[in-house]
Structures are given as C-alpha cells and as structure tokens.
Design a protein around this ligand. Structure first.
Ligand code: PRX
Length: 655
C-alpha cells in the first residue's frame, strides 16, 4: 500500500432534506440519532441490551465485548439459535400468518407466498432431513442455488442445527464452486435442478456434478437437490448414495422432533467467500450473536421497516447483501421480503418497475450498477409504471455517482423517497454508514454518517486523522458486533489484510474523505487510486464527473503507465441512447472533466465501449481494464468476471 495522500477534488453541493412527511413518522430524528450514537459508542452494554431486547437469547450475555486486536468476541455467555429470532418469535404474534417471503418467478411471472408459519415449518423439516443425513453441529454446508424461497429455507435450516453455511452464488462456474467447497471442506451441498435466468435455463445441478467429480471435493458426502424446474425442463442425473431429492428427504412428521440446536454467541454462522484483487478468495467468517445484533438493528433503522412494508432487496442471496438484508436482518424484524428469481431485463428493462407496481413494493434496495443500467435505457421505461407505492430507496455496493443518485431520486422515487446510501462490506456483516432516513439530509454520492457503534475515520498511513475534506484511508477504529472474526483457515491472512496496514484499527481497503458536516465520501478502492500528474485521486471522482455529462451512462477510470507523466489517465465510457461515439464527443467529455475536476484530470484517452467488465455482483473490475489500457494480458483471477466477452471485445477494439 502506498503512503501518498489521496486528494479529493469533486465537490458535490446538492443537499436533499427528508420530506416533512417522512421526517414526521421516522423512527430516528437527528436528535435521537445523536443521542443513540453517543450511547452506542460510550455505553455499548446498555445500547445493545436494549436494542436486542426483542430477540431470543436462551441465556443472556455476561460480557459485551472482549477485544484483543484483531480478535473480537461479542456477547459472551449468551446462548441462542438465530432462527428463533427470525422465525419462532413471530409465531406467537399476528405475524404468524403474515407473508415472510413473496416470490416471483422469472419466466412465468408466477407468485409464491410463504408465511412465517410456513417458512418455520419448512425450515424445521429440512433441518431434520439434514440431520438425518449426517449433518452435525459445526459441519460446513455449501449452498449453490438460485433465487427461490428454498435458498432461504436451506440457510435457516443449516443455522437451526448449528451447521455453518457457505452460499456460493449460482452464477459461479464449477471450478469456483469446487475451490470454495474444498477450502471449507463442506460435508454437504444443497442445490436445485436449475433456475431461469434471462429466459434461459441455468443448469445448477450439472455444475455441482462437475465440481463434485473432482478430487478436491472429496469432503462432500451428500448432495440435496431441490426440484424447481422439473424433469421436463431440466432433467438431472442423480448419483446413487450421494444425491438426495429434497422433497423425498423431508418427513412431514418431523415438526414433532424439532432439531433446534442452541449454540454459543461466537458459534460460526456462515462463511462467505469474497475475492480480493489477488490470490484465492477469502472465506469471511461470521458468528452468531454479534451478526444477529448488527443486521437486526440496521435493518430496522436504516430501512425504517414497518409491518405493512413490502421490502425488496434486489441482491442475490449469494452475496453478503442477500444474507444480511434478504434473510437474517428483515426476518429478525418480521418483515415481508419480496424475492425475484431472474434478471432485471427479462423480458425487457421494464420488469422491475412492473413488479413494483404489481406487488405495491414500498422499499427498494439495489446497487449503483443496476441504477446506471436502467438510466441507460431511458426514462420512459420507468415512467410507464406506477411507482407510487415506494417510500424508501437504498443503494449499496459502490460509490453512487451523483447523477445516478439524482436520477434514482427523481425517476424512481418521484422526488419523495429518501435514499439510504449504505456503505459496508462482506467483512463488516452489516451497514456501517448511511444517510439515516428522517435523521439526516442526503448529499448525492455521500454515504452519510456512521451507524450505531461504528467509529470510522479517514487517516494517513500511520493512523493519524486527516482534516475535513482531505482524502485518506478509511478505517474503523473500534470493533463492532457483526465484524468478521477471521478468514476461514487463515488467521494470518486475516491479520495481514485488515489489521496490518494502519496501526490499531481495521483497514477497509477504501479511500475516503469526510466533509465539514462529518459526512463520508468513499472515493474508491485504494488499490485503484489514480496518480494523475502527481495528484492521487479516487476513481469515483473521475467517473462521477463523466457520468454527470448527459451522454454518459457509465464510466471506469484507470491509469496506464506513461514514460512522461508516470501514469496516463484512460477512461472507458458507455453512452446513453441517442449519442454517438466520435471524436467530437471525446473532446467534449475531456473538457467536461476538466471543468468538473480540474485540467490535470482531463483523460489522456477516452475509449467508448458497449459494456464494462464487472464482477458477478456488478462492481467494475478496474484491474482488468488497467491491463487492457496497458495492452497486457490479465494474469490475475478472472473467475469472478461476469461476462468474459466484454473483455475480449475491449481487447479486439484496442487502439
Ligand atoms: O469499496 C466499497 C464498496 O464495496 C466494497 C465492499 O464490497 P463487498 O464486500 O462486495 O460488499 C458489497 C455489499 C456490502 C467496499 O469496500 N462499497 C459498498 N457500498 C458502498 C461502497 N462504496 C461506496 N458507497 C457505498 N455505499
């Protein structure tokens, strides 16, 4: 990591106050926020006891935190099963027959609804099936499924018997699945025959077969297969002795012998693999009580969840956003979650908006990459649907370009919905910073203020805080309940990655600045920071400047080695409809960046493209673009790349 400071040049001055109507009913006003935040940092014991009081602990904790850097233990002495907080506790209330999950299939548009009572029953039955097939407390279970309600059932069933799950996103290929299975020595795999994606069939069980036929997967003893598409659409081969149909494994009388397993607060709940820019994916380990506390409290306050809401987080359950904000967080609050099986553009780009109108969805939580993709399709598609049911919008995953923010606010939110820009990571488990709705004004592109118990700072490499509006490394100074506990099987890597670059705190890997109001602005990953004519500047700033031009839908900025300047600035740009990629537009875009940021930041080359290489969760892979810009082959891991063709196309268009 470099020690140079980062400078921040782009100043976004627009401010959006929450509407009087929203503020009047919001749970947390700005005064309440200040009070709760101070308490959460100075007296975490009282804060967390009160805020988790509705959750189910079989024995209460005796010690709030033990902290020996880098190892935290939260809520020691507590015993619990997280599924009791997510399911059982609702069964004695009016939520018993309330929808927990409302699902819509991609191809058919069919809807399924699972109430809390039904979800509970399914979880108990499947937990019993897992147990009867040899899954014990502590055994790892890999889940490789699409977006069907049963993926939530599978996760909760594992949690019910204390078996940590590792969900592998259903878009990963066999080798990526095999590596994850091998790394945590999973004993069981849960999959489905297949699922629909963009009108086609994703043959999930076939991929599992390819992964399991390799010697690295020898730990796997059983493979459960949920039948979603059926024999006609997606026939699968069942290996005798290993493969078990989900529906045949379940015994309807098993509710009489609920296999509920009470665990310690620090019992592993799940491992989720996240890829760094180099090396093999890291198995991020989350444990039980602290994770539950983090996701419960953030779901409640950030999304301002109400009984009558229909809440939709568009993430795939294979990412941490799906774990925390489709499954554990919302269910622990008794919310109704909408779940959609397929692609946002199937059969066309109006699908999301029609579903919002049809189901009267009230909260939408999505990613900047999706927002920019919708923006690119033009406004009319959104305007065709009645989105008046929406009352709150959220974003996560990347810095959101202010123009995309404003578009989201106006077009999707009709100007009336607050937007929660939520900054967090797979490693943090739950939302760390946000613009709390009702409590704080939004500034497009800023991820707002810290959540309860979170102490972020912007620092130099030696850990000194920098002044307002100065760029630096984003760190978290104090441990928080939902933090990762280690990297599975590699505690040394855990220490090295997160606790060695900056002394005495957790290093996020991001660059940021904090403005005069204490709002945080993430400028991108430190590894991607550009050095333009001696200025170190985050990718987000150049990209946001480009996206603020009406012709630009999406942009990625990278450096290319340059004999003269050290680094030349190359930008890759996709256009909105109706604009032509030519040299006159290039010149205009160059001038536009010069005007927005400064002449020094004018790109040396602008490359127009139809698409940008992205991870399967939608983040731009700047590392690969750096290779394209430098005209060299990519050597690192490309298994997380969503569409290899995008890269091939970029290479074939090289100037
Ligand atoms: O760089 C930050 C960016 O995404 C990273 C975490 O990625 P991941 O572990 O895949 O988790 C994504 C979902 C929580 C961060 O280090 N990031 C995430 N949210 C934001 C963001 N950058 C700016 N603003 C955000 N709201």
């Amino acid at each position: 990591m470099t020690t140079d400071p980062i400078t921040s040049h782009l100043k976004e001055t627009r401010r959006f106050e929450p509407s009087a109507e929203f503020a009047a009913q919001a749970r947390v006003s700005s005064e309440v926020y200040a009070k709760m935040y101070t308490e959460s940092v100075n007296d975490p014991e009282s804060f967390w006891r009160r805020e988790t009081s509705e959750l189910v602990f079989r024995t209460p904790w005796t010690k709030t935190l033990s902290w020996t850097l880098p190892h935290a233990k939260w809520f020691e002495g507590a015993t619990l099963n997280i599924t009791e907080s997510c399911l059982d506790r609702h069964l004695t209330t009016a939520r018993r027959n309330k929808a927990a999950i409302i699902w819509e299939g991609e191809l058919s548009g069919n809807t399924r609804t699972m109430t809390y009572a039904e979800l509970h029953r399914e979880v108990v039955l499947f937990a019993d099936a897992l147990k009867r097939h040899g899954v014990e407390k502590g055994d790892r279970v890999a889940i490789y499924m699409g977006m069907v309600p049963e993926v939530a059932v599978a996760m909760l069933a594992c949690a019910r018997i204390g078996a940590p799950h590792t969900v592998v996103f259903g878009g990963f290929a066999a080798d990526a699945l095999r590596d994850r299975i091998a790394d945590c020595a999973a004993k069981v795999v849960i999959t489905q025959d297949g699922g629909y994606r963009r009108g086609g069939v994703l043959r999930l069980k076939d991929v599992v077969d390819q992964a399991l036929n390799q010697p690295q997967s020898a730990s796997v003893q059983k493979c459960f297969v949920y039948r979603h598409l059926g024999e006609e659409v997606c026939p699968v081969a069942m290996k005798s002795g290993r493969d078990v149909w989900w529906h045949e494994s379940v015994d309807p009388t098993a509710t009489r012998r609920d296999p509920l397993t009470i665990v310690e607060s620090e019992h592993p709940l799940f491992i989720l693999y996240t890829s760094g820019s180099t090396g093999k994916p890291k198995g991020v380990l989350h444990t039980t009580a602290g994770y539950l506390a983090g996701v419960h409290v953030t779901s409640k306050y950030v999304f301002d969840l109400r009984e009558e809401d229909l809440y939709w987080c568009t993430a795939d359950v294979g990412w941490v956003t799906g774990h925390s904000y489709i499954v554990y967080g919302p269910l622990s609050n008794g919310a109704t979650c909408f779940m959609y099986e397929g692609a946002p553009n199937y059969p066309d780009w109006g699908r999301f908006w029609r579903m919002i109108e049809k189901h009267r969805i009230s909260i939408l939580y999505t990613a900047p990459t999706a927002i920019r993709a919708f923006m690119r399709q033009g406004d009319e598609i959104v305007q065709k649907s009645d989105l008046s049911s929406l009352r709150l919008l959220g974003t996560v995953g990347e810095p959101i370009n202010p123009e995309a923010w404003v578009w989201y606010h106006k077009l999707v939110g009709g100007g009336r919905c607050p937007i929660v820009d939520t900054w967090w990571q797979t490693e943090t488990g739950s939302i760390m910073m946000t613009t709390l709705p009702g409590a704080s004004a939004s500034k497009p592109g800023s991820t707002g203020l810290p959540m309860f118990g979170v102490v972020p700072d912007v620092v130099t490499k030696d850990g000194k805080s920098v002044g307002a509006n100065e760029g630096g490394f984003l760190v978290l100074r104090k441990p928080w309940p939902s933090m990762l506990r280690t990297v599975w099987g590699d505690d040394e890597r855990f220490r090295r990655t997160y606790f060695s670059d900056v002394p005495d705190c957790y290093f996020t890997g991001d660059g940021a600045r904090r403005d005069e109001d204490g709002y945080f602005w993430v400028v991108g990953r430190i590894d991607d920071v550009l050095n333009v004519a001696g200025h170190r500047i985050g990718t987000a700033e150049i990209e946001s400047a480009l996206v603020s031009h009406p012709a630009v839908a999406e942009a990625a900025a990278v450096g290319r080695p340059d004999d003269l300047k050290g680094q030349a600035l190359v930008v890759f740009v996709t256009l909105r409809p109706g604009h032509t990629a030519d040299s006159s537009l290039s010149a205009k875009l160059g001038d536009h960046v010069g005007k927005e940021i400064g002449k020094f930041a004018k790109p040396d080359a602008i490359r127009f493209t139809d698409g940008l290489p992205k991870t399967r969760s939608g983040k731009i892979m700047r590392r690969l673009l750096k290779d394209v810009a430098a005209g060299r082959e990519s050597t690192g891991d490309t298994s997380t790349l969503e569409d290899l063709n995008v890269l091939a196309k970029l290479r074939s268009n090289e100037e």
